[in-house]
Every structure is written in C-alpha cells, then in structure tokens.
Design a binder for this molecule. Structure first.
Ligand SMILES: *Cc1c(COP(=O)(O)O)cnc(C)c1O
Ligand SMILES: [Zn+2]
Length: 416
C-alpha cells in the first residue's frame, strides 16, 4: 500500500521525524513534544474525492485508509470500528431551541466507546512493528478498547488502571483477557508506572498523546460526521475533554477534509471539562497549564495532567471555538436528558451534553446553530455512578390489584 504520510512534526519545536522513526514524542523536546502526522495533501486530492467516498463500500473507519498512517492493510480480521450512527435529535433539539442537533453515537463501537478508533490503529501499528505485547495506562475506555482489539488480533495486552476505574470497564478488561495492573493511586501515578514499564519491557505504547498515530484514528469520527451530514459543515461540534486527543482528532479530521477541498470551513469546537478537573479550561484563560485535582465522577475525563494540551488548545482556538466547565450535578442530570433521546451515556460522555446546555444558556452557542454532539461512551460501563440519580423502583407483589392501587396513587392516567 502507498502511504501518503510525509513526515511527523513536533508541535513544540517544529522538528521533523521520519515515519519509521516516529515511535513516541519528539527526540528533542521529550514527552511534551507531541508529534503530528503530516500528509501529502496534493497527492491525496487526486485520491480522496467526493466521488471516491460516495462509491466506497467499506462501512467502518478503514474506509479512510489513505488518510491513515498505516502501511499494511491487515484489516479483514479486525472488528468493525466506526461508521457509528449520527442520531438526529428531536427532543433535546427542541429543549435547547437549536436549529438542528445530531448526536454521534460512539458507544456503538465494539468496546462501547470512541477509544476504539485509536486502539484499532494502535493494534495494527503494533503488528507492523512486530510487537506481540501492547500496553497503556488509562482511566478505563482506552484500556478496555485496547484489550478488546488486542484479543481479537492475537496480541497480549498489559493494562494499567487507577483503582477508581468503574466496574464495567474493569470487567471488560478481564473478559478480554488482559493482564490488568490495578494501581493503588490516581491516573497520574498509573500513567507514570506504565511509562516506566513500557520503556523497561519494550512493549508497544498505546498511551494516547505520546503516540501520534492515535489522534489519526480518532479523526475518522470527523470525516464520518461530514459524510453523514452530506458535506454540510455544522456550526458547532461539542465533545468532553480529558487528555485532549479526541478534540485534537476531531480538529485534524475537519482540517484534512478542508485541505482536500471537501469542505470550505471548519466547525467551531466546544471543549467541555468537569469543574472538578479542568486544567485545559483554566489554561485557555491564563495561558498556563497547571496540574489540576482529579475530583469528578466523570472518570474518563478526570485527567489532572492532560497529555495533549498543545493540540487541544490550538484546536479550539484555530476553530474559533470555546471552553466550558460543568458540575458533576449537571453531568448526572445530562445522563437523564440523553435518556429521553434513547441514548445511554457514561458520565464523561454526558458532560458533553451538560456543556452544550450551558453554552446555549450563556449565549456562547447561538439559538439557531446546527450542532453535533459526541456521545463518547456507553452508560453500561459505570453502573455505580449512574445509580446516584436514579430512583429505585418499589417492590411490587405479583398481584394486579396491588398494581392498580400503585398506578392510581402515582396518578399515571395512561395506565389507570
Ligand atoms: C477518553 C474519553 C473522552 C476524552 O478524550 P480525551 O482524548 O482524553 O480528551 C471523553 N469521553 C469518553 C467516554 C472517553 O473515554
Ligand atoms: Zn520538539
């Protein structure tokens, strides 16, 4: 296969690294010098055209193979990742008074989150590099998706998770047969241990920001949004942010399509964090990134030291977007709101909707805007936190009379 990758460039110092030498961050800057994959857009313009996309029969993320940093197309054995539904909203669109609202349901991916797009690329890259063990540290979803795709492709996975990882995500890891290292510490400690272990043992590193190929996997969500909207660019795209790789990926996807002449402008990006952990929201105001506490129920975005701040902050500013922080209470409320649309979101995912609601209320997003919201992960992963907002149903005797009395007292006229 021909690769259209030109080079990997450091987002801090601008140094370029050859594709086969780009194994981590920038050799000059170290861990903060996150690399960005650059493509030969001139050549790609003759390949990735609207006609080519419209006649492309592949209905998963590898339909965009020329736009990915992969050399070998071993995709047939992979589980299908991507081409997730873009759900048209009726209820929430009216509640917010928006012109249109679509929800990209990433919980429909094989392991139930958007992380599958990055893990699918990681596993193929590991195979290209001849590695048999893949590893990462994660608050949960990156871990469960890596374990999922590694299992499928016959690789071993070693996964570091903080002790607060929700039970649904932990169960997934164990079912997929990962070697789970449950770290007695927070995400920062977990990340540090994984970093040392990966270096010591030479495993394939799926730590999101450090590995520039992963943002490339995530960007396919943006391509799909554009195709599913029939090449109409939405005014705003809203997503919750932890490390910043998802946001950076969305930006890259829209940017690629603009470079290829498939769209004429970029949507504005709204980055949402939790009030209990909002280092990027603060950095956007002060211009300085400071370590934050990790104090939120939204575990997937509870990231005290974001690993991809440069790409995330510049994605929002280059798109003329905005940052916003939301309370845990509003996140839990947002889970119930999304339920009205038939969607089940984990807290970190619902944070996106809580942010959208607040941005509309504050006039950051205009009433007549067209908006796409990312539903990044499934509510089935975190039963404990979701229970906090739900009423336990009463226990009913198996008796029709008792049921009638109950419904009458409840004043439910549909059934009475
Ligand atoms: C990882 C994740 C995010 C945020 O992605 P980052 O790349 O860490 O910013 C949001 N929601 C869910 C469910 C996630 O798993
Ligand atoms: Zn550098």
């Amino acid at each position: 296969m021909i690769s259209f990758v030109k080079t990997y460039r450091c987002t801090l110092c601008g140094r370029t690294v050859l594709p086969h030498e780009a194994k981590g961050a920038c050799p000059s800057c170290g861990e903060k010098g996150i690399l960005d994959v650059e493509y030969d857009y001139e050549k790609l313009r003759g390949v990735v055209t609207k006609t080519w996309l419209e006649s492309n029969p592949v209905r998963q993320m590898f339909r965009y193979m020329p736009l990915l940093p992969l050399e070998q197309p071993h995709v047939t054995r992979m589980l299908d990742v991507g081409w997730t539904p873009l759900v048209k909203s009726y209820v929430l669109k009216d509640t917010l008074g928006l012109r249109s609202l679509h929800i990209k349901d990433e919980s429909m991916n094989p392991s139930g989150s958007l992380k599958d797009r990055a893990s699918a690329v990681a596993v193929l890259k590991a195979i290209e590099e001849g590695k048999s063990v893949v590893s990462c540290s994660s608050t949960g979803n990156a871990a469960s998706s890596l374990a999922c795709h590694a299992a499928r492709m016959g690789l071993q996975s070693v996964i570091f998770v903080p002790k607060r990882a929700p039970v649904g995500k932990l169960n997934q890891l164990l079912v997929y047969g990962a070697d789970v290292i449950l770290v007695d510490g927070d995400y920062k400690d977990t990340y540090q241990l994984s970093k040392e272990a990966i270096k010591t043992f030479g495993w394939y590193n799926r730590n999101a920001a450090i590995n520039a190929n992963l943002v490339e996997g995530k960007k396919t969500a943006a391509y799909e949004i554009i195709e599913q909207l029939d090449f109409e660019v939405p005014d705003w795209v809203v997503v919750s942010v932890g490390d910043g790789c998802t946001l950076a990926g969305l930006f890259k996807g829209f940017y690629d399509f603009m470079k290829l002449g498939l769209i004429e402008r970029l949507p504005r990006l709204l980055g949402v964090q939790s009030e209990g952990c909002k280092p990027l929201v603060d950095a956007a105001i002060t211009g300085e990134l400071k370590e934050a506490e990790e104090n939120t129920i939204a575990d997937s975005i509870s990231v005290g030291i974001p690993r991809n701040p440069v790409k995330a902050l510049s994605a929002v500013s280059a798109s003329k977007g905005a940052w916003i922080a939301v309370s845990d209470r509003s996140i839990l409320e947002a889970i119930k709101d999304l339920g009205k649309e038939g969607l089940f979101a984990e807290p970190a995912s619902a944070a996106g909707y809580a942010g959208l609601k607040k941005a509309v209320r504050e006039g950051i997003i205009e009433k007549d805007a067209s908006v796409v919201l990312l539903q990044t992960g499934s509510g089935l992963k975190d039963p404990e936190n979701i229970r906090k907002v739900l009423l336990t149903p009463i226990l009913m005797k198996p008796d029709l009379g008792a049921l009638k009395t109950y419904l009458k007292n409840k004043g439910d006229h549909h059934h009475a």
